[in-house]
Write a protein that binds this ligand. Structure first.
Ligand code: ARG
Length: 287
């Protein structure tokens, strides 16, 4: 904070965010986009006639994985399944907190088989508590985990009943947020956690009541504008210090620098043709 002549002589209240940002090593699950294509349209970003380049998607995805590895994170891989072109969006495959795996149940039949495929990966990799959910939910696409609570999106994909199901299974408070703009159909297209206590978000994606909830919970949130939101800039991954973020989100990147974060810009323009960005490609495994 700059000191000005009008600054009070007494010390201001402690900021909820530390001045020195500290990274912590993460464990991620990713899925190489070997079968990536845009063959159906289940969100406004998808145009089957526009043509998506699989090889380009693979190269961009590899650069994202390499960025995580360079930051010291661990990346595990799930085998891509032919006929599931959106399986690259690993965030949707589950929600993992405290080693417990709350499985996904997709809204659209085109992606239905991904839920069991991800649940099976967890069972085979030693996770004993895997819940095959009763209610429609798209994993970390609509559930974002902070230190003290979980934020949960609804309106397009995940049902509110799943918010309650996840709360009961994981034993963490879940706060429902209503999405109202179809371009931001998953919570992770409109908001991302900055460390475990603050968030960045685009207010226009939320209902008035949910905006009020966000203002109350996060008075120091980073507020992104529409220009950054429409390049899926909010679909970012923060490890406490670094923020892996779409390179086109220039205003957001400048704001992050101003707050002491270290942006790591990536180009995922080919995957954006399916409505996804860096966070969509990344499922965090929290033990
Ligand atoms: N085409 C996918 C869908 O519409 C994109 C999913 C993006 N994933 C995410 N976590 N937002 O379901």
């Amino acid at each position: 904070e700059p000191t000005t002549a009008s600054s009070p002589a007494v010390a201001p209240a402690a900021s909820p965010e530390p001045a020195a940002r500290e990274a912590s090593a993460r464990r991620f699950l990713m899925c190489r986009p070997e079968h990536f294509a845009v063959t159906y349209a289940i969100n406004p970003w998808m145009d089957p006639d526009a043509g998506a380049d699989r090889d380009r998607a693979v190269a961009q995805w590899e650069a994202l994985r390499d960025a995580y590895l360079a930051l010291g994170h661990r990346v595990e891989l799930i085998e891509p399944v032919e006929g599931l072109p959106d399986m690259v969006f690993a965030a949707n495959g589950a929600l993992v907190v405290g080693g417990r795996v709350y499985g996904a149940r997709f809204r659209h039949p085109e992606r239905a088989a991904e839920g069991p495929a991800y649940a099976e990966w967890f069972r085979r990799n030693g996770f004993a508590d895997v819940l095959e959910p009763e209610h429609v939910n798209e994993g970390e696409g609509d559930f974002l985990v902070l230190d003290d609570l979980i934020l949960a999106g609804t309106g397009f994909r995940t049902d509110v009943a799943a918010h309650q199901e996840a709360q009961e299974f994981l034993g963490r408070p879940v706060v429902t947020l209503r999405l109202v703009d179809p371009r931001f159909y998953h919570l992770d297209t409109a908001l991302f956690p900055l460390g475990g206590r603050n968030v960045a978000y685009y207010p226009g994606a939320f209902s008035p009541g949910s905006r009020a909830v966000l203002e109350r919970l996060f008075p120091d949130a980073l507020i992104a504008d529409e220009a950054d939101a429409v390049v899926l800039g909010l679909n970012a991954v923060c490890d406490g210090r670094h923020v892996v973020v779409n390179a086109e989100a220039r205003g957001l990147i400048a704001q992050l620098r101003g707050r002491g974060y270290e942006p790591v810009p990536v180009d995922l323009s080919e995957l954006r043709k399916a409505g996804g960005g860096p966070k969509c490609c990344t499922l965090e495994i929290r033990m």
